[in-house]
Every structure is written in C-alpha cells, then in structure tokens.
Design a binder for this molecule. Structure first.
Ligand code: ROI
Length: 159
C-alpha cells in the first residue's frame, strides 16, 4: 500500500459539485481508501486567456494500485464526469492529478512523479499543506517552506 496525494480542480459546470462527486468516486473506489480531504479552495486560473476561477482541493488516499493503474483509474473518473478540455491549460470540468505517490520519483511519457509543477502552484501547495503540513517531498523540500513562498492572494479557502 502506498500513500498518495491527489489534486482535484474544476472551473466549469458547477465546480464545487464536480469536486464533491469526484471525492465520492474516490471514496467508493474498491482499490482506494480515502484517508482525508482538504477544504475546498477558490483559486485564480493559472494559464492562458480569461477563464473562470477554479475550485481546488487535495485528497490523501492509500492504494495498492501501481502508479499507471492509479492514473488510469483517475482518468476513468474524469471521463465519467464528462471531462471537457478543448485546449491545453484551458478551462476544464474536472482534473485529477497524482501529486505524490509515496516517495516515488518517476518520469515517463505518460506520468511524471512527483507532479512536475507541484512546487510552483499555490492552488496545490496550500490545500496539501492543510492536510499534510509535515510532509517532505522526495527531493527533500519541506512543504512548509513552499508555503512561505506561495502567493496567498491567488488561493482562498471556501466556506
Ligand atoms: N489553475 C488553477 N487555479 N487551478 C487548477 O486546478 C488549474 N489547473 C490547470 C490549469 C489550466 C493549468 N490552471 C489551473 O490545469
């Protein structure tokens, strides 16, 4: 079993309920144990052009699935929720990213772990720090250090 952190994001078609449905799907998955979830956060879209604000959250889960099997299971949940994504880095109904898979470091055409942009994205760092404040990344970076640099204006906790 591995402890994994999953980033969830949505900025289309009722983002809060997209995230809630995705968390329910993770909790119901026979090969995953949902350990805990962060609060929901609003965030300014990172990416080109004008797009709606995002809702983001992070979930901790335990699973015996191999990394690529976990990726495919997450992609199946995205598809079930009718993922729409026309342009790279454009608006989307649901994005599920593996942020961390234990301490595994891996780089392939399909999957890079840890998530290559984890450290530079406040909408990931802030919710991750809420549920795993003591976490140290595989490269030795402490999460609370990243939090010091994360720009708080772009990420806000939702009620
Ligand atoms: N921006 C924010 N704020 N949150 C996201 O989840 C997110 N996801 C993305 C891009 C389009 C890069 N920007 C984002 O994939």
């Amino acid at each position: 079993m591995q402890t994994c952190y999953i980033g969830l994001g949505s900025n289309l078609d009722d983002p809060r309920s997209q995230i809630a449905r995705a968390l329910a799907a993770l909790a119901a998955h026979p090969s995953m144990e949902l350990v805990c979830t962060s609060s929901y956060y609003g965030s300014k879209a990172v990416g080109p052009g004008e797009q709606p604000d995002f809702v983001n959250a992070v979930a901790e889960l335990r699973t015996a699935l191999e990394p690529l099997d976990l990726l495919h299971a997450l992609q199946a949940i995205e598809q079930q929720q009718g993922r729409v994504r026309a342009v790279r880095w454009g608006a989307r109904t649901l994005d599920l990213d593996i942020l961390l898979y234990g301490d595994l470091q891996l780089s392939s055409s399909e999957l890079t772990l840890p998530h290559p942009r984890l450290q530079e994205r406040p909408f990931v760092v802030v919710p991750l720090a809420e549920i795993a404040p003591e976490l140290t990344l595989p490269d030795g970076t402490c999460l609370d250090r990243l939090l010091d640099y994360a720009s708080r204006e772009d990420v806000w906790r939702l009620e």
